[in-house]
Design a protein. Structure first.
Lengths: 200, 200
DNA sequence: GCAACAATGTAGTCGCCGACAACAATGATG
DNA sequence: CATCATTGTTGTCGGCGACTACATTGTTGC
């Protein structure tokens, strides 16, 4: 073959290439529309090649969800770090970052949630826990500072988590204009803090 | 044909029968798995018959979403009525009813949200507005009683709506045990009220 | 009554898909 | 450098949604 022809028999990086292309496609057209054959075409391999890396379509979607959780975790961590040390600023930044991710990658998040409760997805659950740990760590900080009632972070933070997730759902369902995103996130955090302040 | 053979050439009620079977199937296997041909088989008509009532698969899903909104509205209204006149009781009942619907018919709700932001779904939007009006009417009552800050109900109630929707998302995503449903709904309402009380 | 016509069902076909099997080329190992 | 695992390819299968042509039934105007 000519040395400018990069179509070697062995692609060399097919799994990664498929995941990258799949993520692009899911963002653009949703997970339902994703076609393994179309993916293979765009990456330049035969229709059966993906099977070597993903036993079936769902396996690819699961892998996509896993990398999604990793990316979500990174973005949340980055948001916390950029927000400095003030608790409320951190909370606001994290909520906004979560909603940002959920609306930028709505179909991916749907995938991430959908995959979590299917059997044999242990790696997925681990990845999810790692991502959500950021939020629960924040709750712990709030408790230490006395602005959030004591108790298990998973339980205390649930209302906030739910609210943030719900805002994302409403935006994705076109019940709310996406432009209101940051304002809504702030509203939600303020509401949460007013409702959560430790009462003695 | 024999008079016990109910397989007439004209089904007589095919559209309704298809929708009923589709709703059952969606509840059981999700919208993605829904197959028009399988539906036709189970209803006892040829594979092309559904096309007379729904131009394509998406049209059937839209119709399903529409009846879903009607049912949701009815259930929310029923919850309000059963709860008596006390505002907080009504709020709790409505939140619980919404979450109940969202978890019993998770796939259907997903469909309802997904369809709303596609073009040419005006009937769907109308049906959705009618369903959600129940929640906003409640907010108005709360404002009249002075326990919720004044302002447009759509904006003021949004945090509550988001929280309720988010709880449903978390339950459906197996992030929370479904048994906690009622307790969570109460938590959310209490949190919301603590955060929303009109401040003078 | 009954002829036209609209509404509603059937059969057959097309291209696409996911899954699978058999085979081919390449890379790694001893 | 022979052998074997890895990672590609081609071919095939049944199922699907969409479409067309045709068949049956219900309805409406005369």
């Amino acid at each position: 073959m000519s040395d400018t022809d990069d179509r070697r028999y062995h692609h060399g990086n097919l799994r990664t290439a498929l995941l990258a292309e799949a993520e692009r496609s899911v963002r653009e057209h949703g997970a339902e529309q994703l076609s393994l054959r179309e993916l293979a075409r765009q990456v330049g391999v035969s229709h059966a090649a993906p099977r070597r890396h993903f036993p079936d379509r769902q396996a690819l979607l699961d892998a996509l969800a896993e990398t999604g959780f990793e990316r979500l975790g990174n973005e949340l961590r980055a948001a916390v770090e950029e927000a400095g040390h003030d608790f409320q600023a951190r909370l606001r930044a994290t909520a906004a970052a979560y909603i940002r991710f959920a609306t930028d990658d709505a179909a991916l998040l749907e995938l991430m949630f959908a995959g979590k409760h299917r059997a044999g997805a242990e790696q997925l659950v681990t990845a999810a826990d790692r991502a959500f740990a950021v939020m629960f760590d924040l709750i712990v900080q709030g408790q230490a500072e006395g602005v959030i009632e004591p108790g298990e972070p998973e339980r205390v933070g649930l209302v906030l988590f739910a609210t943030v997730q719900g805002i994302a759902s409403l935006i994705n369902g076109s019940m709310v204009d996406a432009e209101l995103l940051d304002g809504l996130a702030d509203d939600a955090v303020e509401h949460f803090l007013r409702g959560s302040r430790a009462r003695v």
